[in-house]
Design a binder for this molecule. Structure first.
Ligand code: IVH
Length: 678
């Protein structure tokens, strides 16, 4: 027998639905969370408690019911009442002008036509059917007429409302949109897959498709998917506005995320301008887009224009240059990095992709070659998104030529012929030659000279290579024995630049212990670890003498890093180099030791908004010197938030959590009080 629900529990459950649904909307749709996380969790637990006590309270739109369904045996098919169409494409400004001309001719219009402009998200098209405001069914586009029922999976996506947010909704409303995976989520997912040995996804679109195709909704629930609404299908028992842009605003009020870049253009020239602007911004957007969709904004005009075959006359997609292209793998060469890592690099038949001509792409390591199953001569898909290094993402096996050759991983270093060694548990194989290997030497010198290390102005990669190749330079300490004459004798080197380089080398001698440690290029010792080591031990001798146990006392240093550090300082040639550098005059001021002198130790600070007097890295540096951690996001563990002009959601969150907030002035005065001279 089921217990009767007391009216106050019933109304409390409804109230909790309301609170949680609104919080989801603010967080996932508006990107403006108002309810603190802890409060959200508390409400959710309270609702779960009530539902456990009175199972009749569990309704399909309850915020507790996103995941819960059992795995399916197969997806069932669904026929779309209104077909889901595709779009015509345009590839140039001229084709856009033609599109506009055709529209105006058909409408017999001489005045400009207004267009809604929306990024064309690269994901999966879906149809969401709401009856009396409740999500009833979600389906893929399929072939446009018949799709698959993916309701259980779509319910797990928090930007999909289970219940529409207002009362004035049509009896039946079909919302259409794109489910996609933001770039950051995609990268995190692939990193996790690599770490656990699972299959990685080729691009965010495939990752989104693969995630929706799961028969077990619990898997989909763990995938970072989002929905962006872009149109409506069937509407019964209700009215919608007469402009597409206003329909989208209405959908937003009902609980759907719409694209923040969406705008209305007064004429086709503004459309072309918008396409150009977004093209420039494309790499910085947090999601992949492959073009811009332009739609006649007036719904009555859309009706007059109608459809041709499978696409509307009133819309087109102006595409961007593709981020993936097919080309041929001509050969594979092996490059040797600073730590000896041997990286296979694909030499490709040049291909225009992501807006540039690409002829090389990384193949990462031996495992990646195996995973791709790639052979020399294969046709491959190359991806270049934004400024990311081009990658070979897959092989078109159906095009494999007869003479395709296996890629042989070298057993000896292609530069110095020392044996290449694989480290158990690591995907990377390394040249064992150390600094005997000129490739490693070059990389070590480049790293030593780089901005965050010794910051030697004018010592570019090309120059390092030239000097090592010509025997002028053998080691990092050799830099401080360079003299004017042989430098001037180098090709493309004038007396002035040679002197500038010597001056920069002289200046670089005055450094800090963290920078020097980082410059040494010890494996796994990045800037932060170098800083922690310097702070913990106070001087170099102490670090050099520390055993792995002592090293592990340092913040963020585990057994692996400790091993690399200890190993580095056991090698006689490293000790000789350090002595030679100090002899040449490299020096640093004593470090402030950790104990007592770190008034902000244990605190996490967050910087947001614009700083005007200090640069962000200076502010970070000062805070870290005082022992604070500087993090990128605000949480209940944040100690203080420094907010400059333009601060947004982080500042709001800080206020919600009741955290102390300082402006730049406040930060500076705190720093001064702590004895930092600014
Ligand atoms: S409108 C009749 N708007 O592009 C109009 N489509 O070929 C139909 N897409 O797979 C679509 N972003 O999922 C429209 N803002 C947007 C879109 C968009 C992405 C996808 C859509 C479909 C393809 C259309």
């Amino acid at each position: 027998m089921t217990k009767k629900i007391p009216p106050e529990s019933q109304s409390r459950a409804m109230e909790l639905h309301e609170i949680l649904n609104r919080a989801n909307y603010q967080y996932y749709v508006l990107d403006a969370p108002e309810l603190p996380d802890v409060e959200y969790d508390r409400c959710l637990r309270e609702l779960q408690g009530l539902e456990e006590q009175y199972p009749q309270l569990v309704t399909s739109d309850s915020p507790t019911q996103r995941v819960g369904a059992e795995p399916l045996a197969a997806f069932t098919q669904i026929r779309h009442e209104m077909p889901m169409l595709s779009l015509d494409n345009a590839f140039s400004d001229e084709e856009m002008e033609d599109f506009d001309r055709r529209i105006r001719e058909r409408l017999n219009y001489s005045a400009p036509v207004e267009y809604a402009c929306e990024p064309k998200l690269d994901g999966i098209a879906v149809s969401l059917l709401y009856r009396n405001g409740l999500l009833e069914r979600a389906a893929t586009r399929g072939d446009g007429t018949v799709g698959e029922d993916i309701t259980q999976n779509v319910r797990t996506i928090y930007s999909v409302p289970l219940k529409l947010l207002a009362e004035d909704v049509p009896d039946v409303l079909e919302v259409r949109g794109e489910i996609y995976m933001p770039k950051a989520g995609f990268e995190a997912l692939n990193e996790k897959a690599l770490a656990t040995g699972d299959k990685t996804f080729v691009n965010p679109r495939n990752a989104a498709a693969g995630s929706l195709r799961q028969l077990d909704p619990r898997i989909t629930a763990q995938r970072p998917l989002e929905l962006c609404a872009y149109s409506v299908g069937v509407v019964e028992g209700g009215e919608l506005p007469e402009a597409h842009s206003e329909i989208l605003q209405q959908l937003n009020r009902w609980g759907f995320r719409i694209n923040g870049e969406m705008t209305v253009a007064k004429n086709i020239q503004e459309c072309i301008e918008y396409h150009r602007r977004l093209g420039e911004k494309r790499a910085q957007l947090p999601y992949d887009i492959d073009g811009i969709v332009f739609k006649v904004n007036s719904i009555p005009l859309q009706r007059r224009l109608g459809f041709v075959a499978r696409a509307p006359r009133w819309a087109t997609a102006y595409k961007f240059p593709a981020q993936e292209e097919m080309t041929r793998l001509l050969d594979v060469e092996f490059q040797v990095g600073r730590t000896g890592a041997v990286t296979p690099v694909a030499r490709l038949e040049p291909v225009f992709v992501g807006g540039v001509t690409v002829s090389n792409a990384t193949l990462h390591n031996r495992d990646e070659i195996e995973r791709l199953g790639v052979k020399i001569g294969d046709t491959v898909i190359v991806r270049r998104a934004g400024d990311v290094i081009p990658q070979v993402v897959s092989v078109v096996e159906s095009r494999r030529p007869k003479g395709a050759r296996d890629i042989e991983f070298p057993s000896h270093c292609p530069v110095c012929d020392s044996p290449v060694e694989a480290t158990p548990g690591e995907a990377v194989a390394r040249c064992s030659g150390g600094l005997i290997c000129s490739a490693q030497r070059k990389q070590a010198i480049k790293h030593f000279a780089s901005r965050k290390a010794m910051d030697i102005d004018g010592l570019g990669d090309k120059l390092v290579e030239q000097m090592v190749d010509e025997g002028l330079l053998n080691s990092v300490s050799g830099l401080y024995h360079l003299s004017l004459e042989p430098l001037v004798a180098l090709e493309r080197m004038g007396e002035k630049s040679a002197q500038n380089l010597l001056d920069a080398l002289e200046r670089s001698k005055d450094t800090t212990l963290p920078k020097f440690l980082y410059a040494l290029g010890i494996r796994e010792v990045g800037e932060a670890t170098a800083r922690n080591l310097a702070r913990h031990f106070g001087d170099l001798d102490q670090i050099m003498q520390a055993d792995t146990e002592a090293l592990q006392q340092v913040e963020d240093v585990g057994p692996i890093v400790a091993h690399y550090v200890a190993e580095f300082f056991e090698q006689p040639h490293n000790l000789e180099e350090i002595a030679a550098l100090q002899q040449a005059g490299v020096h640093w001021a004593a470090e402030i030791r950790e104990s007592g002198s770190e008034p902000l130790a244990g605190q996490t600070w967050v910087l947001t908004g614009k700083l005007e007097t200090l640069s962000r890295s200076e502010a970070k540096d000062y805070l870290q010197r005082l022992g604070a951690k500087v993090a990128g996001s605000v949480s209940a563990n944040t100690h203080t938030v420094v907010a400059g002009p333009g601060a947004g959601s982080k500042l709001n969150k800080a206020r919600d959590l009741g955290l102390p907030v300082l402006d730049e002035e406040g930060l500076m005065s705190m720093l001064r009080t702590q004895g930092i001279e600014i």
